[in-house]
Design a protein around this ligand. Structure first.
Ligand SMILES: [Zn+2]
Length: 195
């Protein structure tokens, strides 16, 4: 799947919009990105996650035994990617300060794991998920995401990273927002769920 096709699918589902937006962090941005809007369509989730799985080099892909992602955002991505790979899907959850496996999920010692996300911005939750998988005994072979917003992460401490689409998105503190400086007023699409 070409990067243009990923963008087209996101635009089609209004998961990617241009404008002047107030993010839940309080920052302003010229782009609205919300993967849940595209993932709500199972056929689109399957298309994206199958493409993401295929973007992992074949020798590495063949070794994968489990897909894991941090809840809530990556649960669907993990599930559909695991379906494409023919392996099982688990997810990590935050419990207090720590991310860990719950619900009786287990990883056999040395099991080879792909960690996935819908969107990676800072990579914080991805790193926490990697740590949780390792603490459970797994070996993290690769990280993959539909979209890489970071613009800078090339790997996770030596673990290779395979994003389907690299799309750095600009955001600013309100005081520094050029769109506000031009006289605009930001909008918050939907009452919540904007990240
Ligand atoms: Zn603004």
């Amino acid at each position: 799947m070409a990067p243009e096709q990923v963008i087209e699918l996101y635009r089609q589902d209004a998961a990617l919009l241009d404008g002047h937006f107030l993010l839940s962090s309080g920052r302003h941005s010229d782009t609205y990105l919300q993967s849940a809007r595209v993932l709500q369509h199972p056929e689109h989730a399957a298309l994206l996650c199958t493409a993401m799985a295929k973007a992992i080099p074949e020798p590495l892909r063949r070794q994968l035994q489990v897909v894991a992602g941090p809840a809530v955002g990556a649960i669907l991505v993990s599930y559909e990617t695991a379906r494409a790979l023919g392996v099982r899907s688990i997810f990590t959850e935050r419990e207090g300060e720590r991310m860990r496996l719950r619900r009786g999920f287990a990883i056999a010692p040395g099991e080879r794991v792909l960690v996935v996300e819908d969107v990676i911005t800072t990579g914080g939750s991805t790193r926490e998920c990697i740590t949780a998988v390792r603490e459970a005994g797994g070996e993290v072979l690769a990280v993959a995401s539909i979209i890489d917003r970071s613009g800078s992460i090339s790997d996770f401490g030596g673990v290779p990273f395979f994003p389907l689409l690299r799309l750095p998105v600009q955001s600013w503190e309100a005081a520094d927002c050029p769109l506000c400086a031009a006289g605009g007023t930001p909008v918050k699409p939907g009452s919540r769920g904007l990240q």
